[in-house]
Design a protein around this ligand. Sequence first.
Ligand code: GLY
Length: 567
Amino acid sequence: MKQFISLFLILFLIISCKKSETPLANKTPKHGLITKNAMVVSARVEASKIGSDIIKKGGNAFDAMAATQLALAVAYPVAGNIGGGGFMVYRKADGEIGAIDFREKAPLAATKDMYLDEAENVIPEKSTLGVMAVGVPGSVAGVFAVHEKFGSLPIEDIIKPSIDLAMQGVIVTKKQARGLKYYQPLFLKANKDSIFLNKLWKENDTIKYPALAKTLTRIMKNGKEEFYKGETAKILVKFIQDNGGIITMEDLAKYEAKWRTPITFTYDDLKIISMSPPSSGGICLAQIMKMIEPYNLDEFGHNSIKTIQVITEAERRAYADRSFYLGDPDFVNIPGEDLISENYLKDRMRTFSFEKPTLSSEISYGDVQVIESNETTHYSIVDQLGNSVSVTTTINGGYGSKLYCSELGFFLNNEMDDFSSKPGVPNMFGVTGGEANSILPEKRMLSSMTPTIIEKSGELFMTLGTPGGSTIITSVMQTILNVHEFDMTMQEAVNAPRFHHQWLPDEIRMEPNAFDSDLIKRLKKLGYFINESNSSIIGKVDGIMVLQDKALEGGADYRGDDTAVGF
Ligand code: GLY
């Protein structure tokens, strides 16, 4: 009998250990950094610390936004920038919400066919590598607009730490060293000289940025005008034109950041506030979440076959609409209300069945009765007053156009590739676009950036976002669902494996070696095309969640060097 009991106990222990290894929900919760007052989560510890210190000094989330944006331009040149653009969604402690668009725009001399050859074929690399890929940068205008409207500390206090960091230098991490090696051939193709050409930087090297420190010092003294009309503008335009580019002083002088009304929608008891066009982020996020809301994902289980099917089919339909309807709202009529209306989205899912996939070839954009018709970075901030900001900023590809202005010390974006160079031809993220996103002078290119803030019961609940090109929207959505449907902590939600579908190509991209092979076999058997071979991660989410006791939990994505800093 004793022997029998021992055997039973051993078996029970084996079974219960095995069980606790499978679903994430059964594991001990893994929390990110928890602080009481304020927090900044960004792609580099140096930037998070500079932002957090600004708040500690008495600044608010908006001061910290300006400081973190500039610190990332120094510490994280792969995507942090003053040579690119971005979007910020905010929610003030009193509940006021809003958004600012500091997206790049097409130069005045841009034309619809500028990336096509005589036979109307897209010229390889013209919209991605070198000077013709560059859009008029918006980041400096964004920083100053945010600071002027909401900032509380003097601009000197905000810019000085980044100048000091640029002079002191930034230590190369292992991941950065790997990236610099990967991009070296492209740096050589796009530049005559640059600090990234003359030397292959290795892990633990320190890169100093004296030219960038000088540029930032002039901006600190002369304000936004320095970048758009002053000496910096003149140097930048001369550099661009000497390299054969088309951006002029007039382009820079005319650039303005724009305050926008964010997209808001509900999902169960959450109110979700996200970026409006010219980002597709908010509208697509709303479409996907409203399409999946009627299904009981919590019962299906996290990353279960049924959950993956429902999400994939909603994504497929939303990205088909994205490619047809979305573009710069100052140039095209976007049926925004219709695209996110419950009736329309219910109708879009009418053809969904658990039996087999809807092929993308059978899906087009929906009929909304129109009367007329990687690599980016994200940071999230909450201050001690309860103000929150969610900012995604980019120079588009890793190191943008790869074109580095040595005299000014920064990389220029290749954001022009986010336009549709030719209808139906995919851009670097594989997304296709149509007339709504065609190139016109001064038009802003469509984005997928999805800086998002969430309220629960009228209170701040979460702020989050991610890089990842077209995968941004679906990464943000999965992170929200991980918390809301699957009870994960902020850090667990960020860590969990991700998948992505964007209508075309008709495939579910899955993070490699992260999903159960049996699950993949079953999806294939149902008729889904699975792409695990692209060995890249999907997204790099940085978020902050307000816990029940009002403390803040940071989720800094392990996929990068991302770090939460707070107090
Ligand atoms: N450049 C990536 C995006 O804006 O979606």
